[in-house]
Ligand binder design. Structure first.
Ligand SMILES: O=P(O)(O)OC[C@H]1O[C@H](O)[C@H](O)[C@@H](O)[C@@H]1O
Length: 543
C-alpha cells in the first residue's frame, strides 16, 4: 500500500487482538480448542507445516491475512512475476523466480526473453558439468578434475556452499566441492594446502566481478596454479560465473568459459542459476533440475494458494506478528539435520540483507521494526548449547524447527532419536512444566522455581519426507517468499543492500594506512586512529 501501513485499520485490529492474546498461554489455547492442532497446518509440495504452537488463533490468521491484503501482497507478487522494476532504488526487475521457470513460459522483460536466456545458461552449465563429471574436461596435464573450488562471497558463496553441504550425499561423480570466501588468508591457504593443482578447477563466482575478497582470492589461486603448471594452465583450471563479461576477460578468464546471469537476480537469490555451478558439477545436472522443480513447486503454491492456506504468507505474517506486535528481536532456525548446518548462515544473508532497512521504498522512514534477526544451529547440538535460554530465559524467541522423516543413511535408529528430540523440544517450549507438576515429583520447595518451565514459547515445525534436491529447493523458495511477504508489509525494498557499501569504501581507504611504511596521516575517527597505530606497532611499522 502507499503510505504508512501502521496507520491502517488492519494494523490497529492486530494491535487490539494482541492485547487479548498477550496474557493467554498456549496451554489454554489448546485446552479450549484441541482441534487447532489439525486446523493450524498447511501443506505445500512435500513440506508440511504445523503452526499450532504459535501464540495465535484462527482469528489471528484472519487478521494477518487481511493485513497482507491491505499491504497489496497479491498485486506485488504479480508485479514481481511480471518483471516490474520493484527494486526501486536500483531500478531493476526482481526475477529470481525466473531462474526456475519452465522453458515454455513466455516472459519478455525489458526486451529480454527471460526463460530462453535462463535455459540457454542452464544448458551450457549442464554440458560443462557433464564434461567435468564424465572426466572429459581435463586439466592442463591431462588429468580429470577431482575438486572444484568456488571462490565467491555473500550470495556468490553462501547459496552453493549451503546447498552442497545439504546435498553432498548426492555428489556421485567423485568431484568434491570447496568454498573459499574470506579475505582472511587462512581461508584460501587452508583450502589449497592439500589440493593438487593438476586436478583442481576454480569457479570464480561474482555477480559484479569487482568484489575485493573474491578477486584477491582468485589472484592467489591463479598464482598457486601458475606456479605449479605455468601460465597456459589457467584456461583449463579457471571458469567464471558473473554478469560482467568485461571484468571476467580483464582478469584473464576466457569468456567462452563464463556462465552468465543478469542484474535482475540479486546475489542472495542466485544459487539456483549459474552461481550454483559448483553444486551442479558435484551433484549433476539432473539433480540440479530436480532442485529447480522443487523451487517451482513452492513458487506455484505461493502464487496460487489463498493467504490463509499459503505457507510463505503464514510464516511471513507470523514473523510480522512477533516482530511488530510482540517485540521479538530474533527468529531461531533449528534444522534437525546435520546436512543443513549452513542453512541458518544462508538465511542470515537472505533475510537480513533483504529486510534490514529503515526507510520504505519511497524513502520515508519506517514506523515499525523491520528485519528479523535470524540465527541458529542444527539440533540436537543447539539443545546442548543455547536452548536453556529458549526454555527459561526472559526473551521471546520464535523458532522454526525443520525435520525430515527419512535419513539418507541410518545407524542404530539414530534418525528416530533425532526426530524425537525435535518433537520433545517444541512440545516442551509450548507447554512447559508448572511449579505444581514439579513439586508433585517430590522436588524440594526451594528448587522448584529453578525447574519451572514457563512454556508459551512459539514454534513452527516443518516436516518433509527426506532432504533431497527437490525438498531443499522447496525450503529455500519458502524462505525467499517469507522475506518477500515481510518486505511487502513493511513497504521496503528487499532487493537492494546499500548498507554494506560504506564499510567497503572505508576499508579500501584505510588499507594504505595499515600497509605503508610511512607514518599514517588520516583517520576516520580518534578511536580508529588509536587502533591503526596499535596495529602498526604490533606489525613493527612506524605508528
Ligand atoms: O557476487 P558479488 O558481486 O561478488 O557480490 C558478493 C556479495 O557482496 C556484496 O557486498 C553484497 O552485500 C552481497 O549481496 C553480494 O552477494
Amino acid at each position: 500500500m502507499d503510505g504508512d501501513i501502521t496507520q491502517s485499520q488492519e494494523w490497529a485490529a492486530l494491535g487490539k487482538h494482541q492485547e487479548e492474546l498477550a496474557g493467554r498461554h498456549l496451554r489454554e489455547l489448546f485446552a479450549e480448542d484441541p482441534g487447532r492442532a489439525e486446523r493450524m497446518t498447511v501443506t505445500a509440495g512435500d513440506l508440511y507445516l504445523d503452526y499450532a504452537k504459535h501464540r495465535a488463533t484462527g482469528r489471528t490468521v484472519e487478521l494477518l491475512a487481511a493485513l497482507a491484503e491491505r499491504a497489496g501482497l497479491r498485486d506485488r507478487i504479480e508485479a514481481m512475476l511480471g518483471g516490474e522494476h520493484i527494486n526501486v532504488s536500483e531500478d531493476r526487475a526482481v526475477l529470481h523466480v525466473a531462474l526456475r521457470m519452465p522453458r515454455e513460459v513466455e516472459l519478455v522483460v525489458d526486451g529480454q526473453d527471460v526463460p530462453a536466456d535462463v535455459h540457454a545458461v542452464l544448458d551450457r552449465m549442464s554440458a560443462f558439468a557433464d564434461r567435468v563429471r564424465g572426466k572429459e574436461w581435463k586439466g592442463a596435464t591431462g588429468k580429470p578434475i577431482e575438486t572444484v573450488v568456488n571462490i565467491g562471497i555473500g550470495g556468490s558463496d553462501l547459496g552453493p556452499a549451503m546447498a552442497y553441504e545439504a546435498l553432498r550425499d548426492y555428489a556421485d561423480a567423485g568431484v568434491a566441492a570447496r568454498f573459499v570466501s574470506n579475505i582472511d588468508p587462512a581461508d584460501i591457504v587452508g583450502n589449497l594446502r592439500d589440493l593438487d593443482p593438476e586436478t583442481t578447477l576454480f569457479v570464480v563466482s561474482s555477480k559484479t566481478f569487482t568484489t575485493l575478497e573474491t578477486l584477491t582470492n582468485a589472484r592467489v589461486a591463479r598464482s598457486w596454479l601458475v606456479g605449479a603448471l605455468g601460465d597456459d594452465a589457467v584456461a583449463k583450471h579457471f571458469v567464471a560465473v558473473s554478469t560482467n563479461a568485461a571484468k571476467v576477460a580483464e582478469f584473464g578468464i576466457d569468456t567462452a568459459n563464463m556462465f552468465g546471469f543478469w542484474d535482475w537476480v540479486g546475489g542472495r537469490y542466485s544459487y539456483d542459476g549459474a552461481i550454483g555451478l559448483s553444486l551442479m558439477i558435484a551433484i549433476g545436472p539432473e539433480r540440479f533440475r530436480e532442485m529447480l522443480a522443487g523451487f517451482r513447486t513452492m513458487d506455484e503454491h505461493f502464487r496460487t494458494a489463498p493467504f490463509d492456506r499459503n505457507m510463505p504468507v503464514i510464516m511471513g505474517m507470523l514473523g510480522i506478528w512477533y516482530t511488530d506486535f510482540f517485540d521479538a528481536e530474533t527468529r531461531a532456525v533449528l534444522p534437525y539435520s546435520q546436512r543443513l548446518h549452513r542453512f541458518p548462515a544462508y538465511l542470515q544473508q537472505l533475510t537480513m540483507e533483504s529486510n534490514g532497512k529503515s526507510v520504505r521504498a519511497d524513502g520515508t522512514p519506517v514506523t515499525a521494526q523491520t528485519g528479523e534477526i535470524f540465527w541458529g544451529e542444527p539440533g540436537t547440538n543447539g539443545q546442548h548449547a543455547f536452548y536453556q535460554l529458549l526454555h527459561q530465559g526472559t526473551r521471546l524467541v520464535p523458532a522454526d524447527f525443520i525435520g525430515f522423516a527419512e535419513p539418507y543413511e541410518d545407524r542404530e535408529g539414530m534418525h528416530d532419536q533425532l526426530t524425537a528430540n525435535l518433537l520433545a523440544q517444541t512440545s516442551a517450549l509450548a507447554f512447559g512444566k508448572t511449579a505444581e507438576e514439579i513439586a508433585a515429583e517430590g522436588t524440594a520447595a526451594e528448587i522448584v522455581p529453578h525447574k519451572v518451565m514457563p512454556g508459551n514459547r512459539p514454534t513452527s515445525t516443518i516436516l518433509a519426507p527426506k532432504l533431497t534436491p527437490s525438498t531443499l529447493g522447496q525450503l529455500v523458495a519458502l524462505y525467499e517468499h517469507i522475506v518477500f511477504v515481510e518486505g511487502t508489509v513493511w513497504g521496503i525494498d528487499s532487493f537492494d543492500q546499500w548498507g554494506v557499501e560504506l564499510g567497503k569504501k572505508m576499508a579500501s581507504d584505510l588499507a594504505p594506512a595499515l600497509t605503508s611504511e610511512e607514518p599514517p596521516t588520516s583517520f576516520p575517527d580518534p578511536s580508529t586512529e588509536r587502533l591503526v597505530r596499535r596495529y602498526r606497532e604490533l606489525r613493527g611499522r612506524r605508528a
